[in-house]
Design a protein around this ligand. Structure first.
Ligand code: X5A
Ligand code: ZN
Length: 647
């Protein structure tokens, strides 16, 4: 899959460069007052918007945006998409003195709670999205993010549901089209990446060709909330709006970056090019995020940032995000931050995707393309088999089959955590206090050999072996995958040597000369892992057990390697020399190679220089092609060159 852009040499982009885009942010603490009437726990809780706001502030990102206060929606604007009755019912909630009256109203709706502040919050949520969209349409702001609640996309013309009272995004879209024609917004693309179908928005623009509604959601043949057929791909709109409603209904949970990006690349982006919107409104729920208790999907902050980046190519970047769902506080804060950083355009996006889309994902994408190709010629061609053969088999374990009830959600989080081995995978057998300390420090591990291929490197983290390996890796104690992946080149000589290795059989394996050589450039893939995991990689690279009661490389060693450039360890193995290549975003970049004395022995012929073992070279090629942005020919030539030059 697509990977991060390549950086070159030792200098990297300024991590806090200034942006020239005017990004609006709406936040208003008043929207936190909408809460359950008796303090019961509920996933749609006031802290959702607080944690997002706090994250943006702590990251120093909100300070670089234009912060816009909340704004109350006008009834006549709400009535562009809602019935008069619905608007006055929501309005009247504020004057009800007694909880039981509100509880009665709430109970007639599906998945709604109400308190004395719900009405005020609902007016603010809708009005804030209207105001932000107006400023972007006017050109006062380039783009923006409305951090609002209650969410909106389930709210129908005459009904609140699914935690939504007013349909915030739909109100804003209608406002621009019907109330502000002078702004020249004639075509609006609404993208809904909330894990649930945007049934309300779909209804409101069902016959309206001015609004192209695109929703990607868990559907499970109608079993997932809001259950039924509305979210199916055969729901394409009607009358002049026929073809302007696109649903991508996932058949299963667990969809992640690769699945969403496939829907982007093969449905949304080509259609958006044809439609050519004047502005994009994004129903930005973050409940498809990894760790979400209701969604059961696994989109990463990096995945969200790539999806957003691709949308910013349209409408001169005029895009307004409005928060919808998203119930894991940590996930929504991180995903929101990633999105605002994209809006600010201040740094290249870094990260990588897990493997490939599911088999069922390709099936759904093909069905959608077939159905919609009647309206969008760019969807006509069948996807090539080379493309759809790249797939992840449907997993056998089925997790959270339908919409989780609120009492399930804590369990689901724990389930997610244990499957992902986040934080709870420290199997402490011996005295392992060093692990606790080193798990708090991040480093970039820079690989130049077979580890450049992510699945091969993951064997050192999660255990296992890939094709061509003669040995199974045990993996690290902490099996959390790398937090980020990026690429770079460094002025060190790459070479291959040794008769054979246990993992790859006959043939050399890669080393770099620990000393710099400005005539050489070696490509490397960096994985951001903890110092604890780095030790487990060191153990495995050097044929040692990972349950050692002391680390090979601790905080003191880290300090001295940063000063001295390289440091030999008492590992006794081939990769017992840790080299510090510099820093990226203040995190040290470390690699491991042989000792300087070994380089001398390679030079003298005492140890043989040898071209790489075949399986080893193939693995390197896969890494360079999939992540390092080389063609297969370029990757092979790069390896041949390093293998044939005299040392
Ligand atoms: C906005 C949103 C979810 C409703 C789930 C109801 N609503 N069980 O994510
Ligand atoms: Zn949702």
């Amino acid at each position: 899959m697509a990977m991060a852009g390549e950086s070159s040499g030792n200098s990297y982009g300024d991590c806090d460069g200034k942006s020239h885009r005017k990004v609006g942010l709406v936040y208003d603490e008043t929207m936190c007052k909408h809460d359950t009437p008796n303090g019961e726990n509920h996933p749609e809780c006031p802290d959702r918007i607080r944690v997002i706001w706090d994250k943006l502030q702590l990251a120093g990102v909100s300070q670089r945006c234009v912060v816009v206060g909340g704004s109350k929606a006008e009834d006549k604007h709400l009535q562009l998409v809602h019935t008069k009755d619905h608007v006055s019912l929501v309005q009247s909630l504020s004057t009800k003195k007694k909880d039981y009256r509100r509880n009665r109203i709430a109970s007639q709706w599906n998945s709604i709670y109400l308190n004395g502040s719900s009405s005020e919050a609902a007016y603010l949520a809708a009005g804030s999205v209207v105001k932000l969209a107006e400023k972007v349409a006017e050109g006062e702001l380039d783009c923006g993010y409305a951090i609002v609640r209650p969410p909106g996309h389930h709210a129908e013309p005459d009904e609140a549901m699914g935690f939504c009272l007013f349909n915030n995004v739909a109100v804003a879209a209608s406002y621009l089209l019907d109330e502000r024609p002078e702004l020249g917004i004639k075509k609006i693309l609404i993208v809904d990446w909330d894990v649930h179908h945007g049934n309300g928005t779909q209804k409101m623009f069902w016959k309206d060709p001015r609004v192209l509604f695109f929703s990607v959601h868990r559907h499970e043949h109608g079993g997932f909330y809001p259950a039924g057929d509305d979210g199916y791909y055969d729901m394409v709109g009607e009358a002049p709006g026929e073809g302007f409603n696109i649903n991508v209904p996932w058949e299963q949970g667990r969809c992640g970056d690769a699945d969403y990006l496939a829907a982007w690349d093969h449905i949304l982006i080509p259609v958006a090019k044809e439609f050519n919107p004047d502005i994009i409104l994004l129903s930005a729920g973050f409940d498809a995020a990894i760790g979400d208790p209701l969604g059961g999907c696994r989109v990463t902050p990096y995945g969200y940032s790539v999806m957003l980046k691709k949308l910013m190519e349209f409408a001169q970047g005029k895009i307004v995000l409005a928060l919808e769902g998203g119930y894991n506080l940590d996930s929504i804060a991180k995903s929101s931050l990633a999105c605002v950083q994209v809006l600010l355009e201040d740094k290249p996006i870094q990260g990588s995707f897990e493997a490939y889309p599911f088999e069922s994902t390709w099936r759904v994408i093909q069905a959608v393309r077939k159905k919609l190709s009647a309206y969008w010629p760019s969807l006509t061609d069948e996807l090539s088999s080379d493309l759809i053969d790249q797939k992840t088999p449907t997993p056998i374990i089925v997790v959270s089959s339908s919409d989780s009830e609120t009492e399930d959600y804590a369990d689901d989080i724990l389930d997610q955590m244990s499957r992902l081995n986040i934080e709870n995978h420290h199997v402490d057998t011996v005295s392992t206090s060093w692990r606790r300390d080193l798990s708090k420090v991040d480093v970039w591990y820079a690989s130049f050999g077979s580890n450049m291929w992510k699945p091969r490197f993951l064997c050192y983290i999660q255990g296992g072996q890939t094709e061509g390996m003669k040995k199974v890796c045990v993996g690290s104690m902490d099996k959390t995958p790398p937090k980020e992946i990026t690429w770079g080149t460094f002025p060190h000589r790459l070479f291959f040597g040794r008769e054979s290795s246990v993992t790859w059989g006959v043939g050399g394996v890669a080393f770099i000369n620990p000393l710099t050589d400005l005539n050489d450039q070696t490509r490397m893939c960096f994985y951001r892992i903890t110092l604890e995991q780095f030790n487990d990689v060191l153990f495995q690279e050097n044929g040692l057990k990972v349950d050692s009661d002391s680390p090979l490389f601790d905080l003191d060693t880290l300090q001295s390697v940063e000063k001295k450039g390289s440091i030999p360890l008492a590992s006794g193995g081939w990769y017992g020399n840790v080299v510090c290549l510099g820093k990226e975003c203040n995190i040290p970049i470390l690699t491991m190679t042989c000792a300087v004395s070994a380089v001398e022995k390679f030079k003298s012929g005492e140890i043989p220089l040898r071209p790489p073992a075949e399986a080893y070279a193939n693995t390197m090629v896969k890494g360079l092609v999939e992540g390092g942005r080389l063609s297969e020919e370029e990757a092979k030539a790069y390896i041949d060159n390093a293998a044939s030059k005299p040392l």
